[in-house]
Write a protein that binds this ligand. Structure first.
Ligand code: SAM
Length: 232
């Protein structure tokens, strides 16, 4: 049996590529993520009462990796990329059904032109199809004593060092989003490198909005080297 689903919304996100997206929501709250509801779901009636809830569950499609299939065992980055766990013991994007589930804080609901939810950070790529939105119910769903398996606690964060050129480029950017500097810091603090890479000489680029942020990681510090307008 198959069950066809129709996206009810689409994500607008500063994350234009997978590299650099935090591995879970709430790790980079400076990311202004929006969900635009699509017709016929973009009527104010569909979100009536939602503003009484602070958080929502977002069900979405891992659309960029959906064609890659899945394996019964995966290597979670939190285990260093070597140890394997079952796909259903992980939050891997490579699943039999490529569905994601993120719990996010709602900053506001804009009804001025259709329906747009503003979210305080989320682990969602630009263009992600959203299948459903449901309010989070703390008394049922909050379990502070729950066991977290191999992700029992937040990941360690890197310190951030800004180079002088990067600071000057940031100051000179025309119409940069107000929280861009914070977002850069929050994203790089998560250490976006693949688990198996530890080369202090290597320079990486992460795309946020329409900017390419060049950085390297040395001695537990992320060094912001350059901020340039993104050129494909
Ligand atoms: N919180 C969700 C969950 O647990 O189902 C997602 C967790 S998954 C580990 C988070 C990663 O999914 C992000 O770091 C990003 O690389 C990837 N991702 C986000 N949106 C995606 C999309 N539309 N298609 C493919 N990968 C995506």
């Amino acid at each position: 049996m198959t069950y066809p689903f129709t996206p009810i919304g689409i994500v607008h996100s500063p994350y234009k590529e997978k590299f650099g997206i935090p591995r879970q929501p709430a790790l980079a709250p400076a990311a202004d993520i929006q969900i635009e509801l699509l017709p016929p779901f973009n009527h104010p009636d569909t979100v009536r009462g939602l503003d009484a809830f602070s958080h929502v569950w977002i069900s979405f499609v891992f659309h960029q990796t959906a064609q890659r299939g899945w394996q019964p065992l995966v290597r979670p980055p939190r285990l260093g990329g070597n140890a394997k766990v079952g796909v259903f013991a992980s939050r891997s994007t490579h699943r039999p059904n490529p569905l994601g589930l993120s719990l996010v804080e709602v900053r506001g609901i804009d009804l001025s032109n259709g329906v747009r939810l503003h979210l305080a950070g989320a682990d969602l790529l630009d263009g992600t199809p959203v299948l459903d939105i449901k309010p989070y119910i703390p008394f049922v769903e909050a379990h502070p004593q729950a066991r977290g398996g191999f992700v029992d606690g937040p990941p360690p964060c890197l310190e951030i060092c800004w180079s002088q050129p990067a600071l000057q480029q940031l100051a000179a950017l025309p119409a940069a989003p107000p929280a861009l500097a914070q977002l850069i810091e929050q994203v790089l603090a998560q250490d976006p490198r693949p688990a198996y890479q530890d080369d202090p000489e290597r320079i990486y680029g992460v795309r946020l909005y329409d900017y390419n942020i060049r950085f390297c990681i040395r001695d537990n510090h992320a060094h912001v080297l350059e901020i340039q307008p993104f050129a494909p």
